[in-house]
Design a protein around this ligand. Structure first.
Ligand SMILES: *[C@@H]1O[C@H](CO)[C@@H](O)[C@H](O)[C@H]1NC(C)=O
Ligand SMILES: *[C@@H]1O[C@H](CO)[C@@H](O)[C@H](O)[C@H]1NC(C)=O
Length: 285
């Protein structure tokens, strides 16, 4: 009798086990950890996760962010990308300025263009790995997950025929993605990604909020456009960046709905803030 239960359980688990591809770019530890944690949760749930790790920054390699994932496919770094990031010390500049972005934001304009070119080359490099892409295509994944740091993963999923995609952002709403989804920016009371303001803003603060929102929309929008332009000869699809980014099943935000500022969102925008916290059940008792 027990055996029958066991067999039916096994049968059930194989029924509900999905094959998942996670595109986890080597770009920053917090980003890698976020997607790695998602991988661990899926693996605990009995799903089969493959992690694709292309190198965007050479010193961020070997950080899958996951303790459990076994299938890892690595892709190296494009030499031109390496040169641009190394020579321009883009890593250093981004690291020192990203958290104090507001007052010094304008100085970033000059490096954004070069950064975009480097990121575009890296996407081209990924699309040139035809053998790896063919293998991934033949895996027939049920689901793909990535973060909208780059457009490359979304174009890649489309290219290799993965229909169901989740965008899981390790930070808050990206203004460019919000725009692509058609969610209202609500500049009057909703602070943009890099805005230092709260939801009660003076007129001047609202104008500044608009400018920071436009800046982050430009930051990611121009990057996505450059990537699409660079992969044009290789990319099999015809979708625009707004279609690629908004045509997802869910948009995960690393925030808590009850703590965050209120804003109009679509039902597919899901707040997953706190999922990385490991709760110790014993302590609570
Ligand atoms: C998980 O997926 C990998 C890659 O497709 C495959 O090699 C492996 O056999 C799968 N594992 C299970 C338990 O299905
Ligand atoms: C491009 O798409 C077509 C039709 O979906 C497919 O048959 C072909 O194999 C794809 N080519 C590449 C290089 O992915």
């Amino acid at each position: 009798m027990k055996l029958i239960y066991l067999i039916s359980l096994l049968f059930l688990s194989s029924c509900f086990s999905y094959k998942v591809l996670i595109f986890n770019p080597a770009y920053g530890s917090s980003h890698s950890n976020f997607l790695g944690k998602l991988a661990d949760i899926l693996i605990d749930g009995g799903h089969n996760v493959t992690m694709l790790i292309p190198t965007y920054l050479s010193n961020k390699r070997n950080q899958p962010g996951s303790k459990k994932v076994k299938h890892i496919v690595e892709i190296g770094q494009d030499e031109r990308t390496w040169k641009i990031f190394e020579e321009g010390q883009v890593e250093e500049i981004v690291k020192t300025k990203i958290w104090t972005m507001d007052p010094e934001m304008m100085s970033l304009f000059s490096i954004v263009g070069r950064m975009n070119v480097g990121i575009g080359y890296q996407c081209e490099y990924i699309f040139k790995q035809t053998e790896i892409l063919e293998q991934l295509r033949n895996e027939n994944f049920d689901l793909a997950i990535t973060e909208s740091l780059f457009l490359c993963p979304f174009a890649l999923f489309d290219h290799i025929g993965i229909k169901t995609v989740i965008n899981a952002d390790s930070n808050l709403f990206k203004d460019a993605v919000k725009y692509a989804h058609g969610e209202p920016a609500a500049i009057g009371y909703y602070p943009g990604l890099f805005s230092p303001n709260g939801d009660k803003m003076s007129f001047v603060a609202r104008v500044k909020n608009l400018i920071t929102m436009l800046f982050t929309k430009y930051l990611f929008g121009s990057r996505y456009e450059q990537e699409l332009k660079t992969i044009k000869p290789y990319y099999n699809g015809t979708k625009s960046w707004t279609e690629l980014v908004s045509n997802v099943a869910f948009y995960f935000i690393n925030s808590n709905k009850y703590l965050d500022y209120a804003s109009p969102t679509l039902p597919k925008t899901v707040f997953v803030g706190g999922m990385q916290v490991t709760t110790n059940k014993k302590k609570q008792n």
